[in-house]
Design a protein around this ligand. Structure first.
Ligand code: NAP
Length: 259
């Protein structure tokens, strides 16, 4: 299927590796010119070159922390009028809420709730005026089924989800949709890091922990980031204009509910 977005412009945040990179690559494969962001320059530039070589689209980079005003300003300077915005950032660390102070909560809320909200604020009116916009927020399966040691993530992402539920019903009339894409376990560096604590607690290696987790997923495996990117590209497509305010879970069937 031709997604009908060739020649469009996208900002994809936190995209030097992992799920953000997969989203940027999938959009670029559809002919979308992408601006990708991350904090570390070297990997970001290498990823940009990979995407250019693989697709031939224009890839620009914006180095910075997307949780800060400066980081967001750099992304918007590189792509002032995006048609597509993919919000993403690193996830907060796991732990026990008794150990988290105000600054831990502020960091999580800034990265996983306020950064997407301020980028939406900066771009959504232009999308409305141009009568096309697709916004995808990378959140987490933890929004549907909170994960006990990821309280910072559960809390901050729930705030974003509530905000999007309201705004997405106001923008869709103008062909601007806002949806959330919820990863379950995908084979990325972040997943490996989150397994380290569990491996320690279960007194086994990270590789053994990961093998055990793969086996318990109904699919018998972790997700491939390319599968995540493909769904992101569809949510950004011309065809997805009737779909807004949704929380789309990609987890290999791990969530057991019907809704
Ligand atoms: P990853 O493989 O660790 O990649 C994270 C990417 O984001 C890197 O490019 C990193 O580059 C960039 N980044 C992190 N913090 C940033 C910031 N503040 N500003 C700009 N760029 C930033 O992680 P991932 O697995 O793709 O995860 C992406 C998101 O999905 C996270 O929020 C994670 O919690 C969530 N998630 C992932 C899974 C999973 O199984 N993978 C499951 C549920 C939820 P720099 O370090 O250079 O900035």
């Amino acid at each position: 299927m031709d997604l009908g977005i060739a020649g469009r412009r996208a900002i994809v945040c936190a995209a030097s590796k992992g799920l953000g990179k997969a989203c940027a690559l999938a959009l670029a494969q559809e002919g979308v010119h992408v601006t990708i962001t991350a904090r570390s320059r070297d990997l970001l530039e290498a990823t940009a070159e990979d995407i250019r070589k693989a697709t031939g689209v224009t890839v620009t980079t914006a180095v910075g922390d997307i949780a800060t005003e400066e980081g967001r300003a750099a992304a918007l300077a590189a792509c002032p009028e995006p048609d597509i915005l993919v919000n993403n950032a690193g996830g907060p660390p796991p732990g026990d809420f008794r150990e988290w102070e105000r600054e831990h909560w502020i960091r999580a809320v800034e990265a996983n709730m306020l950064a997407p909200i301020f980028l939406i604020k900066a771009t959504v009116d232009g999308m409305i005026a141009r009568k096309f916009g697709r916004i995808v927020n990378v959140t987490s399966g933890a929004v549907k089924a909170p994960i006990s040691n990821l309280g910072l993530s559960n809390g901050a992402r729930a705030g974003l989800t509530g905000f999007v539920a309201g705004l997405s019903r106001q923008t869709v009339r103008h062909n601007v949709t806002i949806n959330n894409l919820l990863p379950g376990p995908f084979e990325t560096d972040r997943l490996r890091t989150t397994m380290e604590g569990a491996a320690k607690a279960n007194n086994r290696s990270v590789d053994d922990e990961m093998a055990a987790r793969r086996a318990t997923n109904p699919s018998g495996r972790f997700g491939d980031p390319a599968e995540f990117g493909a769904m992101c590209a569809f949510l950004c497509s011309a065809q997805s204009g009737f779909m807004t305010g949704q929380n789309v879970l990609l987890d290999g069937g791990a969530y057991p509910g019907t809704l």
